[in-house]
Design a protein around this ligand. Structure first.
Ligand code: KG4
Ligand code: ZN
Length: 331
C-alpha cells in the first residue's frame, strides 16, 4: 500500500510516499523557518501563502524521489488538524483535489496521531500498547496508546505547550526562532544548577503539566538581573530552565509508566529531538527497566512521512469532498 501524504499544518510544506505504514520512500520538507525567523515566530498569513506557492512542487518532488507516478499511489493522506487554519486548508484542499481527480481514497489524519506514529518508521517491530509522551510546539500530552489509532489522553498541559515555553524563553534570552534547538545547544555549555527555577508538579499524582509559571520566572529573573545591571550568563539560564522542565516531564513519565504498568515509552514531537530530554529518559529507562523509543531526528519535527505512517492504520474518508480543516482538533 503506497500512501502519498501531505502535511501543511504550520510552517513546513511537506509531502511523502510511505509504503505499508513503515517504509519511507520519500519525505520532502520545505521549511519556512528562514522566512518566519525575522518575525520571531510563525506569521499565519505568510505561512498559508507560502504553502500555496510550494505545495505542487513539493508533491511532485516526493513522487520523483520515490520513483513513482500517481498511478502507483493507492491513497492520498492529509493532515486536517490541529494547526493554523489557513495553512491546513492549503493541504486539505490540495489533497481533496488530487483524490477527486485521480479517483483515489482520501485519509484525513490528526497531526498529533502523526507525531505519535513517527517512531513506527524507525522501529519496525514496535506495536501498541505503550505510553506516549508528545512534546511539540503546540501540544504536550501523556497518553495511553491502546492500538495504532486509539489514544487515551491521561495528562496534558493546562497552559503553554513545552515547545512554546522553549521558544518563549529563548526569545527572552535573545535566541532566534525556533528557540528549542538553541536552548538545547546553549544548555550543553551552561550550568543547570545556576538558577533554581520552580518545578511545577500540580496536585499530588496529577499527570497534567503547566509551563507558563516557569516562563514568567525566567522573564522575571532576566529583568531583575538587567535592572540591577548584573550581567547574566544566558547559557546558564537556558540550562537551568531546561533542567527544571525536564525534571517534571521525566517524573511524570515515571509516575504514568508505573501507574499503568507499561514497559514501553514512546516519545514524539519536535522537542523529542532534545538532547537532555533523551539523556534523562534514557536514565529513567535504566532505572525502572522500560524501553524508550524516539523518532529519528528527521521525523521529530513536522513532516509528511509520519502522516503517511498514521494513515496506513486509519479508515478512508467516506465523504472526502466534505473534509474541512479543524484547527482545534484534539487527540
Ligand atoms: O512538532 P513540531 O515540529 O511542531 C508542532 O507540531 O508544534 O515542534 C516544534 C517545536 C518548536 O517549539 C521547537 O522549538 C521545538 O519543537 N524543538 C526543540 C528541539 N528541536 C525542535 N525543542 C527542544 N530541543 C530541541 N532540540
Ligand atoms: Zn507538529
Amino acid at each position: 500500500m503506497n500512501i502519498l501524504a501531505i502535511e501543511t499544518s504550520c510552517d513546513e510544506t511537506s509531502a511523502a510516499v510511505v509504503k505499508d505504514g513503515r517504509e519511507v520512500l520519500s519525505n520532502v520538507i520545505e521549511s519556512q523557518i528562514p522566512i518566519h525567523v525575522e518575525y520571531g515566530g510563525v506569521v499565519p498569513e505568510i505561512a498559508s501563502r507560502n504553502h500555496l506557492i510550494k505545495i505542487s512542487a513539493v508533491v511532485d518532488e516526493a513522487l520523483k524521489v520515490s520513483d513513482m507516478t500517481f498511478d502507483d499511489i493507492d491513497k492520498i493522506a492529509v493532515t486536517y488538524g490541529p494547526g493554523l487554519v489557513g495553512a491546513l486548508l492549503v493541504g486539505v484542499n490540495y489533497a481533496k483535489g488530487l483524490a477527486y481527480a485521480l479517483d483515489k481514497p482520501l485519509v484525513p489524519v490528526n497531526h498529533m496521531l502523526g507525531h505519535l506514529s513517527s517512531p513506527l518508521i524507525s522501529y519496525k517491530d514496535l506495536k501498541p500498547p505503550y505510553l506516549a509522551l508528545v512534546v511539540s510546539g503546540g501540544h504536550t500530552y501523556l497518553a495511553k496508546m491502546l492500538d495504532y489509532t486509539t489514544v487515551e489522553v491521561v495528562g496534558e498541559t493546562r497552559d503553554d505547550a513545552i515547545g512554546e515555553a522553549y521558544d518563549k524563553v529563548a526569545r527572552t534570552l535573545g535566541f532566534d526562532y525556533p528557540g528549542g534547538p538553541k536552548i538545547d545547544a546553549a544548555s550543553k555549555i551552561g550550568n543547570p544548577s545556576a538558577v533554581e527555577f520552580p518545578r511545577v508538579y500540580l496536585e499530588k499524582g496529577s499527570l497534567d503539566f503547566s509551563f507558563s509559571g516557569i516562563k514568567s520566572a525566567v522573564l522575571n529573573y532576566v529583568n531583575s538581573q538587567k535592572m540591577k545591571n548584573i550581567v547574566f550568563n544566558a547559557n546558564d539560564v537556558a540550562a537551568s530552565f531546561q533542567e527544571a522542565v525536564l525534571d517534571v516531564i521525566t517524573q511524570k513519565c515515571k509516575t504514568a509508566l508505573q501507574r499503568f504498568n507499561y514497559d514501553k515509552l514512546v516519545v514524539a514531537g519536535g522537542v523529542a529531538a532534545n538532547t537532555r530530554l533523551r539523556e534523562k529518559l534514557d536514565a529513567l529507562s535504566k532505572e525502572i527497566g522500560v524501553g524508550v523509543y524516539y523518532p529519528e531526528f528527521q521525523y521529530c519535527t513536522d513532516n509528511a512521512a509520519m502522516i503517511g505512517s498514521a494513515a496506513y492504520f486509519l479508515e478512508d474518508s467516506d465523504d472526502p469532498l466534505s473534509l474541512n480543516a479543524e484547527p482545534g482538533l484534539r487527540l
